[in-house]
Design a protein around this ligand. Structure first.
Ligand SMILES: Cc1cc2nc3c(=O)[nH]c(=O)nc-3n(C[C@H](O)[C@H](O)[C@H](O)COP(=O)(O)OP(=O)(O)OC[C@H]3O[C@@H](n4cnc5c(N)ncnc54)[C@H](O)[C@@H]3O)c2cc1C
Length: 619
């Protein structure tokens, strides 16, 4: 199909934006289109398979049946991108304020100096000692806090130093295990990083490289100030961050089309009026940024100068990118005929790629998650199917979905939610060492990892209550395991085969609970296990181009968002922050407002590179 040449620039009121999915990534794109782009709310169309907004963060269950805290409790480490988003969502309770103000108020920070106060709090918190790892010794549990005991020996220090000073391009598709010895993987430094982000030795060296540059120099800062104000408020992160954003958009009149699945995106050749130089080269850098331009929606049709990045990435022998446009979206409303949504050249289409939740398999306290769902080709959800379709159409520009959705052995983790009617305090006391004379400071929420346990289990004890309907006497804990395919010591089964009760039994045994106490806790507990075969898919080794750019070269009305796009210098281990940042970059680029943040982004990348020279923790 060939579209008519573009004759005049479109203005905000004429533009329609189509956003696939209603997870936090897509919602943040909608907020920025509304607040920064000034698109009429009714021109923002969100097409979502499910019947509600929130995607992977929506939880389910109750105190009677047991909660399933879906997107769990790994540290979020939300930062500037999330703050920018929440500052644009008005408070539901305080007129004239934002959700960001509400969060700061909840954590006792004043909005004007919140950043400074937050840093002070984090500083104080990182000066306290707080259990982060639990190791076993013949004397019982050893509680290790990041400040004191995650030091590196000389050999490991040298390995880390050498690794950090490699260029990312040299690392290619290599794995973390290609650069470090066995000793490194047995140590606490690796223990903290791997359990905080879900890294395994087989994962991407390039992603680990980015994570080390960002966090590697100060692990205590990374984890001992958990939770942080931007990671959630009174209840869980969905209730505090995602639900108010969705309600705001709905109240503004954004067009949510639930129970509607998008199966294909149709492209057309772009009009001849596009200057040849912009179509033959990738017109954006990997952050989708462009030089300063007027605040005009027509800017998407202007000639964009080639930047350094695209010059570098374009090999002399490479064919030029043919200029294209999204011309239609194929949607399937539930129980209705297929629809073809026509997309004009000046419209915007934002596609969220891939999904960590795809193929998740839920068990119960008395049943293990069904295993048949965990096969590579089973239960690929709409998100992957669509990306696979796009990969087939244009692998050079739209990435390689196969790289991320088929290696379940390497991307699979298992999570579990424990609903405790009694015994929660015993578990917290056991973790912190209360009553033993060696108690470490209790934080307002704990994240600890049992790194000697066969499954390598991490436990998150969030501030209670986690859910609005949670009764006062009930506590909810969340956990996940890095190696669910290994056999437990007490239950003598792989975690994948275990019921919720068996998982909790193994965890309690690893925490050194004796039989009677263990039985008492088990009686008052409901544990819901969930195998998530692609939870760590974003950490799999990847080659250049496997992750597409936020704005694919020479496709002027398409933005790609989510955890699987490439944002130079940023690490996807801060999953939500990364996705929100990508959505902001896509929107700003497509509406021609990226210039303001351009310099700042470049500064951030440079700063993160400089950190490789900071001293590493030493023995
Ligand atoms: C067990 C688990 C624990 C996690 N813990 C954390 C954590 O601690 N910290 C963190 O930052 N992140 C965590 N994550 C990741 C977290 O879920 C993501 O950061 C966040 O949900 C990503 O949001 P998203 O909008 O990109 O994708 P999703 O939340 O997956 O939303 C995508 C939405 O798009 C819809 N959709 C997809 N394809 C189509 C289509 N073709 N047509 C129509 N609709 C479509 C889906 O139905 C879904 O609603 C966790 C994930 C899992 C699985």
């Amino acid at each position: 199909m060939r579209l008519p040449p573009q004759t005049q620039e479109a203005t905000a009121p004429e533009i329609h934006a189509y956003i696939l999915g209603a997870g936090i990534t897509s919602l943040s794109a909608a907020v920025h289109l509304l607040q920064e782009g000034h698109l009429p709310a009714s021109h923002i169309h969100i097409l979502e398979t499910l019947d509600q907004a929130g995607g992977g963060t929506v939880s389910c269950g109750d105190a009677e049946q047991g909660y399933h805290y879906r997107a769990g409790g790994m540290p979020l480490l939300n930062g500037e991108a999330m703050a920018t988003l929440l500052a644009e969502v008005p408070s539901e309770t305080h007129p004239g304020k934002s959700v960001l103000d509400d969060l700061y108020e909840y954590w006792g920070l004043s909005a004007s100096s919140a950043h400074q106060q937050q840093q002070q709090q984090q500083q104080q918190s990182s000066e306290c000692h707080q259990t982060r790892l639990l190791r076993r010794s013949k004397h019982g549990l050893v509680r290790i806090d990041c400040k004191r005991s995650t030091n590196l020996g000389l050999r490991d220090r040298m390995e880390v130093f050498r690794f950090m000073n490699k260029r990312e391009t040299v690392l290619g598709r290599s794995r973390i295990s290609d650069y470090f010895g066995k000793g490194f993987f047995g140590g606490c430094y690796w223990g903290v990083l791997s359990t905080t982000f879900g890294f395994k030795p087989c994962h991407s060296a390039a992603e680990f490289h980015r994570a080390l540059h960002r966090f590697g120099h100060d692990l205590s800062h990374l984890t001992s100030s958990h939770p942080r104000p931007l990671d959630g408020g009174q209840y869980n992160r969905h209730e505090s961050l995602v639900a108010p954003t969705a309600r705001f958009l709905r109240d503004q009149g954004v067009d949510f089309q639930f129970k509607t699945t998008v199966s294909d995106i149709i492209f057309a050749d772009a009009p001849d009026t596009v200057p040849s130089s912009s179509s033959t080269a990738a017109p954006t850098n990997s952050r989708g940024s462009t030089p300063a331009r007027a605040n005009s929606f027509g800017s998407a049709h202007q000639k964009l100068p080639e930047d350094d990045d695209s010059k570098k990435s374009r090999q002399p022998e490479q064919q030029p990118y043919p200029p294209r446009l999204v011309s239609a979206i194929i949607a399937h409303p539930f129980n209705e005929p297929e629809q073809t949504i026509r997309v004009q050249p000046h419209d915007i289409v934002l596609v969220s790629l891939g999904s960590a939740m795809s193929g998740s398999s839920l068990g119960s306290n008395t049943t293990a998650p069904p295993l048949y769902q965990m096969e590579a080709d089973h239960e690929l959800d709409e998100n992957w199917l669509l990306w696979l379709e796009l990969t087939t159409k244009d692998p050079r520009r739209l990435g390689n979905a196969y790289n991320f959705c088929t290696r379940l052995e390497e991307s699979r983790l298992e999570s579990f939610t424990i609903t405790l009617r009694a015994g929660g305090n015993c578990i917290i006391d056991r973790i912190t060492g209360a009553g033993t004379g060696i108690q470490t400071v209790k934080g307002n929420g704990l994240f600890v990892s049992l790194i000697d346990a066969p499954w390598v289990v991490s436990l998150h004890v969030p501030p209670q209550p986690v859910f609005p309907d949670q009764p006062g006497h009930v506590q909810v804990l969340w956990g996940y395991a890095l190696y669910p395919e290994r056999k437990g010591e007490v239950v003598q089964k792989t975690m994948l085969e275990c019921t919720g009760e068996e998982i909790l039994r193994e965890v309690l045994a690893q925490l050194n609970f004796k039989d009677a106490e263990m039985e008492r806790i088990l009686q008052g507990a409901l544990t819901v296990p969930c195998v998530v075969p692609r939870m760590a898919a974003g950490l799999l080794p990847r080659g250049e181009g496997n992750r597409p750019r936020v704005i694919p070269p020479a496709i002027r009305n398409l933005g790609l968002i989510g955890q699987f796009v490439e944002i130079e210098g940023e690490t996807g281990v801060t999953a939500m922050e990364y996705s929100v940042l990508g959505a902001q970059m896509a929107v700003r680029k497509l509406i021609g407002r990226q210039a303001a943040t351009e310099e700042h982004q470049q500064h951030k990348v440079k700063e993160s590179r400089k950190r490789s020279w900071l001293p590493l923790p030493c023995a």
